[in-house]
Design a protein around this ligand. Structure first.
Ligand code: FSX
Ligand code: SF4
Ligand code: F3S
Length: 374
């Protein structure tokens, strides 16, 4: 941490110094290109950037949160990536992940912020309580509001990891007793990238950090400040149960045969149709599964206000913007319960013409079931 010789190395140099081979490096470059959401044709550009760019310091603040976002982040499934993020990209300060503690840690942060003024990335996890002068979250005797303002001042950009720092999170749920707000309610003069999810997918978080580290620019954002490559589609658009939704095949209870067969979980409350996230394509734990694949409906954990949109097992009455490929920008801010296309109407398939479609969907559900078993 805060090691000057490391700061002078390019990413490539530091990777080689760690004892990795050129071949390892190339594999790594291919993996992070995919994490960033790019096609494999971008690998050579990523290689070039890693060969020439020097590390970017990261200051990582934790406020009102459960630390699930850090837990998710450190499970990025690539050893070299973990090395790069946790060491060479360097967390100059993270009160969860750094080795230093107490006064030493606070001094290291001050030193890094001064030395890297205008250049470091500020990662924020957790919401910021504003009620009663911010007393509901203090670190080293200072309020979260105070600390955030100070660390934001010299930041080149701010990444809000998790729905808490992006939207306010569960702390801001009605009646929001501590007056919790997201980062952009306090910081108005810095580029802010929102990476919501409770927690976000590990590869999405690392993808955004590595994007900035390799290209020196922020990824393209949607109108709500989320990177388009990860939040451009609804969970519903990439859900493997989608053919069953389209065919009107819905599970009626959690323990039913239909639920196991891969029938759609819409009637069990699934928020996939109004949730923008990459769970359907990237999945979790190195692509092992995601809530819907594990048999539980999406609760919309990456959406603003999701905590007040329960009960989660109650089905949505209406779903706006049912076109596949619909993006958040096209639909505008999604409000659960907004009027547009009534899913309930869509669901009722009784005529014979639909029978064929249902049989085809049934076959697909069986194949999915087989896939899940494998
Ligand atoms: Fe919030 Fe992250 Fe949910 Fe938890 O730190 S987004 S409560 S997973 O951990 O901030
Ligand atoms: Fe998948 Fe949910 Fe959409 Fe059904 S409603 S297809 S389970 S995202
Ligand atoms: Fe969250 Fe829904 Fe994905 S609950 S983890 S956005 S499937």
């Amino acid at each position: 941490m805060n090691n000057k010789s490391k700061k002078e190395d390019t990413y490539y140099e530091s990777i080689i110094k760690k004892g990795y081979s050129r071949r390892d490096f190339m594999k790594f470059a291919t993996a992070i290109t995919a994490f960033m959401g790019y096609e494999s044709t971008m690998v050579s550009q990523v290689v070039k950037a890693l060969e020439t760019k020097r590390r970017i310091p990261v200051i990582w603040e934790h406020f009102q949160e459960c630390t699930g976002c850090s837990e998710s982040f450190i499970r990025s499934d690539h050893p070299l990536l973990a090395d790069l993020i946790l060491d060479n990209i360097s967390l100059d300060y993270s009160d969860t992940l750094m080795a230093a503690s107490g006064h030493n840690a606070e001094e290291a942060k001050q030193e890094s912020m001064k030395e890297n003024y205008g250049k470091y990335i500020l990662v924020v996890e957790g919401a910021i309580p504003t009620k009663d002068d911010g007393v509901y979250c203090t670190i080293a005797g200072r309020t979260a509001v105070d600390i955030l303002k100070e660390s934001a001042e010299g930041a080149a950009a701010i990444l809000t990891f998790g729905s808490c720092s992006a939207w306010g999170g569960v702390q801001a749920a009605h009646p929001n007793p501590t007056g919790s707000v997201p980062v952009d309610a306090i910081i108005k003069n810095k580029p802010i990238v929102k990476i919501p999810g409770c927690p976000p997918i590990a590869e999405v978080m690392t993808g955004v950090v590595v994007h900035y580290a390799t290209f020196g620019t922020l990824p393209e954002l949607d109108s709500m400040g989320r990177p388009k490559q990860f939040y451009g589609k609804r969970v519903h658009d990439t859900c493997y149960r989608r053919p069953n939704f389209d065919a009107g095949l819905y599970a009626e209870s959690f323990d039913s045969e239909e639920a196991k067969k891969g029938y759609c979980l819409y009637k069990l409350g699934c928020r996939g149709p109004v949730t923008y996230n990459a769970c359907g394509t990237m999945e979790w734990n190195n692509g092992v599964s995601f809530p819907i694949k594990s048999g539980y409906p999406c609760i919309g954990c990456s959406e603003d206000n999701f905590w007040d949109n329960g009960p989660f097992t109650e089905r949505l009455t209406n779903v706006p913007g049912m076109g596949i490929e619909a993006t958040a920008d096209k639909i505008g801010k999604i409000v659960l319960g907004a009027t547009a296309v009534g899913v309930a109407g869509h669901a009722i398939l009784t005529n014979l013409a639909k029978k064929k479609e249902m049989n085809a969907a049934q076959r697909m559900a069986d194949e999915n079931k087989k896939r899940i078993k494998e």
